[in-house]
Design a protein around this ligand. Structure first.
Ligand code: MLT
Length: 323
């Protein structure tokens, strides 16, 4: 009798899961962005969500769940129902670095299903305009001449801007005094106001304030200039050769989400990324579109695992305290 019940329960679970996939999405989808509104993660997801809503026929809502370098928001998504109605937005910081910084209540690979790789961008070294440096070499000399480490804004330990800062310290030998925010949107506001000195920021976040002359840019962390900002030199040209870092973003859902639902979400993002208006808005922000052959869930999974292998040794060697 007990065996018959178990078989019936399993059959019901299979049918209800298949049924759920068939009717997906039947209500609003929430994307958890683990950083404050107004930052680069939030901006990218809002652009994508507007188009995804048309394809999916349901609202795509953004919930900013901040704190602990993005790991609180990711945890919220990881522990949500695997039904496709809660999606985790993240990037190199949240879905790679955080695993080397925090004792997470989840496994970044085992507890998440990759959905799709989103556009990426190099980091950009920017300062408040009061800094008396007109080139990267002058900036480094100025930093070395200061009586104490300069204040560098980040989105918290383990965030992309924090990892970029660690890498910057490693290649220059110059210590930074980190000032954590709930996202680099708020950090940038303080940089414009002159409250902090520097951010190694996502290009997409700082680029418009650079164009407005509200902050100063020194270089992008790539071996080629950003197409929409050709006036900004690369680190190779500006005197920090090889200081390359690409901040890529992606979407994940909880482990166990039906494959058909992962595929539905993947296709809705691809439709957005192929839309000419979305592409223009992304490129204007200095974002590089994902190559078509890298848009499968498997490609994001492979990248995430490769980046864990690449970045964890450097991050762990930095012995970041999260107490
Ligand atoms: C980061 O530094 O991790 C992100 O740029 C933060 C954000 O998107 O606000």
């Amino acid at each position: 009798m007990r065996r018959i019940c178990a078989v019936l329960v399993a059959m019901f679970a299979f049918v209800s899961s298949a049924d759920a996939a068939d009717t997906y999405p039947s209500r609003a989808i929430t994307v958890i962005v683990p950083f404050a509104a107004g930052g680069p993660s939030d901006a990218m997801m809002r652009i994508l969500g507007e188009h995804m809503r048309q394809t999916l026929g349901q609202p795509v809502l953004i919930e900013n769940v901040t704190g602990a370098g993005g790991s609180i928001g990711v945890g919220r998504a990881v522990h949500s129902a695997p039904d496709g109605y809660t999606v985790s937005f993240g990037h190199l910081g949240t879905h790679v670095a955080n695993g080397a910084v925090y004792k997470l209540g989840y496994d970044l690979v085992a507890d998440l299903e990759p959905v799709v790789l989103l556009p990426s961008n190099p980091m950009i070294i920017v300062s408040k305009t009061a800094v008396p440096a007109k080139s990267l070499k002058e900036l480094l000399a100025w930093m070395k001449a200061q009586p104490r480490p300069v204040a560098a804004g980040t989105a918290g330990n383990g965030s992309g801007s924090h990892i970029a800062g660690l890498y910057f310290e490693q290649v220059t030998g110059i210590k930074l005094q980190y000032v954590p925010y709930r996202g680099t949107g708020p950090a940038l506001n303080d940089l414009v106001a002159g409250q902090i000195d520097l951010i190694v920021d996502q290009t997409s976040n700082s680029i418009n304030q650079v164009r407005a002359g509200a902050i100063r840019a020194y270089a992008v962390t790539d071996d080629k200039r950003v197409e929409s900002a050709p006036e900004i030199p690369t680190v190779d040209e500006a005197g920090l050769p090889g200081f390359h870092m690409t901040l890529w973003s992606g979407l994940w859902v909880p482990k166990g989400t039906p494959k058909e639902i992962v595929e539905r979400l993947n296709q809705a993002v691809i439709a957005a990324l192929n839309d000419s208006d979305v592409r223009k808005r992304m490129k204007d922000l200095g974002l590089q579109m994902t190559p078509q052959d890298q848009l499968t869930p498997e490609a994001l999974g492979a990248l995430q695992r490769a980046e864990i292998a690449k970045w964890w040794p450097m991050i762990k060697a930095a012995r970041i305290s999260t107490e």
